[in-house]
Write a new protein. Structure first.
Length: 285
């Protein structure tokens, strides 16, 4: 079927009829049944078939199918701010974060401070597609931030990666509604390259690791995306309720399998790793 506003509404209503408790989450098997009843196209069925967890928030999934496919877009940045510009940086980013999150094409905007540093930060932005990211770059709040980085020289050069997202690697069921006002989420930013001969095994391990990690009580987000234009380069963003939850994650069997793949097996080429902290203002709830 064609992806139109009318068909989007029809699909949502079909899911709502089956969702008797009104929770907004449906088993993958039920999702497939509704899609087939609506004679959904093969691309939509393929997306649902490949989702590596048993249930999903169906309104989020519909948004992906109608607004985000085929090329949802993310930006993964790490940088250092010159000490003398820190106060101005915080003021600019408060405005940029608040305004960017209002943009219809913005899925996520998380600004995080590297643990143990006053001046090092990581920024994770996700948009429905590259066009939405380009529209963001035309806004006055982005222009102010960009001028601070470039013309004013407030930022020391860092790293910048553009990536492609899809429902398999972007956490559809991310839940931050329970964030308390004083909660400080604990996050990990990783960029790495997988050895080409291990790519198939990597995808199998990460599908399992993503599914199991997202089921952990302390996990807020687990997003893996592929760097644009590369078959082997990836970025991973994990967010937990606190550091204790991140440490519990490191004790799980699914993490151990991933860690052994990286280390003992040598499946991953060395990359960058940052532990970061955020408060509820910086973390896009």
């Amino acid at each position: 079927m064609a992806l139109t506003t009318a068909s989007e509404q029809r699909m949502l209503e079909a899911f709502q009829r089956i969702d008797v408790d009104g929770g907004g989450v449906m088993l993958k098997s039920d999702l497939l049944r509704v899609f087939r009843q609506l004679t959904a196209d093969e691309a939509a069925l393929s997306v649902v078939n490949q989702i590596p967890f048993d249930s999903v928030n169906y309104s989020s999934l519909i948004r992906w199918l109608f607004d985000c496919l085929p090329s949802s877009f993310a930006v993964f940045v790490s940088f250092e701010v010159k000490t003398e510009f820190l106060n101005e940086f915080h003021e600019i980013m408060k405005v940029d974060a608040a305004e960017t999150r209002k943009e219809p094409g913005c899925l996520r905007f998380d600004l995080l401070q590297v643990e143990g540093s006053r001046t090092k930060f990581c920024l994770y932005e996700a948009y429905t597609n590259e066009s939405a990211a380009k529209d963001h770059a035309k806004t006055s709040h982005y222009t102010t931030w960009n001028e601070f980085k470039t013309t004013k020289g407030g930022v020391v050069d860092g790293t910048y990666e553009k990536g492609i997202l899809n429902p398999l690697i972007f956490q559809l069921c991310a839940s931050v509604a329970s964030l308390a006002p004083k909660l400080t989420p604990y996050s990990i930013f990783v960029t790495f390259e997988v050895r080409k001969e291990f790519l198939s095994e990597f995808h199998e391990i990460m599908a399992m690791d993503a599914s199991a990690t997202r089921a952990e009580a302390g996990c807020l987000r687990f997003d893996l995306f592929q760097v644009q234009g590369s078959e082997t380069k990836f970025c991973l963003y994990e967010a937990y309720v606190n550091e204790a939850s991140a440490k519990e994650h490191a004790k799980t069997e699914h993490y151990k399998i991933w860690n052994e793949f990286k280390t003992s097996k040598g499946g991953v080429v060395e990359g960058s790793y940052n532990k970061v902290i955020a408060n509820s203002l910086d973390f896009h709830g």
